[in-house]
Every structure is written in C-alpha cells, then in structure tokens.
Write a protein that binds this ligand. Structure first.
Ligand code: PAF
Length: 304
C-alpha cells in the first residue's frame, strides 16, 4: 500500500512538472475478471482524467454467500493485460490482509448503507451494500491523491443501486470524490455484460435474454406514453424456462423506492410522468443476474 501511495504521489508530481493544472485522478474500482464492459469504463476514465488507476480486489465483505465468493472468477494476468491495453497508469491489486489489516482480518468498524442498502439487491443479499460502501470508502481513502490532485471514481450504470448508494455515501460522509457513471454495455443480443455471464451455458444464455427483453419493453412503453406493462412482463418472465425471477420493479432513481399508480411519477393508469428506473434480478442457471434500464417518458426514438 505504501509503495502504491508513493507511485501515485510520483504520478501527481510528474503531472505538475509538465502542466499548470491540477491532475484529475480517475479511479476505476473492480473485482477483476474484466471484460469489455470494464474496458469501456477504463476508456471513459482515460478520456476524462490525467492519471488513471484501476483497482482489482474481490471484496469478501460484499458476498453474503461464501460459495459465491470462492467461485468468483479470478483472472489477474488477463486483467492486468486488459488494463494496460486500455491505458491504465497504475493498478492496485492488494492482498486481503492489506485491505483488511485487523486481527481477525475482517473489520470491526464498517460503513453502513442505511435504509438504501436494504432495498432490492440489498434485501436479497443482506449486508451486500454495507460491504460495498465499506470497501469503496477505503479505496477512496487509499486513492485520494496528494493536493492539488482531484479524485473522480467511475462505476458502471449496470449496478444502478450501487451507484445510487455510493453517491449517497459520498455526500453523507463529505468525501471529496466525484462519482461518474458509464452506460451499460450490452452484447449483440441485449444481455448486459457481466463477469458472471462466463458461468452461463448455452441454454442459460438463451433464458437470460428474457431479462433485457422485459426491460426494453418497459422502455418502449415509457417512451410511447403507454401504461407500463409491468404485470405482463412479470408473467412472461415467470413463464420463461430457466429464469427464476426475483423482482422486476420500477423505482425512483434517487430513493430506489417502488413507484405505484396514482403517485407522483406514475399516473393512475400506470403511465410514467418523469424519469424512473426499472430494476430486474433473476437467477439463471448457476448465477444471479441483475440489469436495469432508465425509463424516460420524453424519449421518442425507438431503441436501435
Ligand atoms: O462493482 C464492483 O465490481 C464492486 O462492487 C466494487 C465497486 C469494485 C466494490 O468491490
């Protein structure tokens, strides 16, 4: 960790020798098993930052299931190659004892995601978001550049709840970090890229496409000013072989609270009145998949 902080200080000093402006340090926190979606995140950080850092750490604190933690794909050599190809300047790949140096290892003192951490993914995976915000707060501390450097952290919009909760943590804890997001990267059939997709076989993959199909249908309903066909999409997903739906909901993007007809954002017919977010989670084969889409009643262009 000390050598990483020294390398960061050196990168900041090097920037200041050549430029008058303070460097923007772009941090891309990851758990490794990187794919093209991460490449897009690094590219976005690269384009907007002077110094790009990527971290690779499979955080035990955010897994509620030890088997899931043990089976999480770990491909450090490939990851380092991909990060190099996408122009990361520094890679932080800590050992577990470095991140959690206490005895026993896992920390006594943690960050709480509060009520936001108990919704949707938080309800399905108790403690998950507390684990996420704890490690992210630690990464922000470790990566915060010496003055006058400024830290910006990049996250994928696929983890919409994670982004909402980290944004809230940053405000609540007065952390000097700008949170930036990059749109979801989908494959040619619409499936959102995820490290977990590696564990889907051919049949699972075909079933998994039903998730994004449901989201696209809701997106079209919202854009066309039709009542959201949420119940129809839920029935269709429940009838899809290989998909064990946990939830498909439309929520307020800030509070993550479910919208109901007759409220501020959904009229009594179920027609959306303002920007919202559709969230979905389902078990498909051996993995739990999540996805989401922004619903925008103002968007009139059909999806390409
Ligand atoms: O999104 C992830 O990969 C993880 O939740 C994160 C933000 C790297 C924290 O471990």
């Amino acid at each position: 960790m000390a050598s990483f902080r020294a390398a960061l200080a050196e990168a900041v000093a090097g920037h200041l020798q050549q430029h008058e402006s303070a460097p923007v340090v772009g941090l891309v926190p990851t758990m490794g098993a990187l794919h093209s979606g991460h490449g897009v995140l690094i590219d976005a950080a690269r384009a907007a930052s002077d110094i790009v850092i990527a971290s690779i750490f499979v955080n035990p604190l955010q897994f509620d299931d030890d088997a899931d933690y043990q089976h999480y794909p770990r491909t450090p050599e490939q990851d380092v190659t991909l990060l190099g190809e996408h122009g990361a300047d520094l890679i932080f790949l800590p050992e577990i004892a470095e991140m959690y140096p206490g005895d026993p290892h896992l920390p006594q003192v943690r960050v709480s995601a509060g009520e936001l951490g108990h919704r949707w993914e938080g309800a399905a995976r108790p403690g998950h978001f507390d684990g996420v915000v704890t490690v992210v707060a630690k990464l922000f501390n470790i990566m915060s550049p010496p003055a006058p450097g400024r830290l910006e952290a990049w996250f994928g919009a696929k983890d919409a709840e994670q982004v909402a909760i980290i944004t809230r943590m940053t405000a609540d804890l007065n952390l000097d970090v700008v949170i930036r997001t990059v749109s979801i990267v989908r494959d040619e059939h619409g499936l959102a890229r995820s490290s977990r997709n590696q564990r889907l076989d051919e049949h699972d993959y075909a079933s998994a496409l039903a998730l994004s199909a449901a989201l696209f249908a809701l997106e079209d309903d919202a854009a066309a000013g039709r009542p959201l066909g949420l119940a129809d999409q839920v029935s269709e997903l429940n009838a899809t072989t290989g998909v064990d739906l946990d939830y498909l909901v439309v929520v307020d993007p800030g509070t993550l609270q479910e919208l109901h007809p007759g409220g501020d954002l959904l009229d009594e017919h179920g027609v959306l009145q303002g920007p919202a977010l559709a969230l979905i989670a389902a078990r498909v084969g051996p993995v739990r998949l999540i996805d989401n889409i922004s619903l925008d009643p103002g968007r009139s262009q059909p999806r390409e």
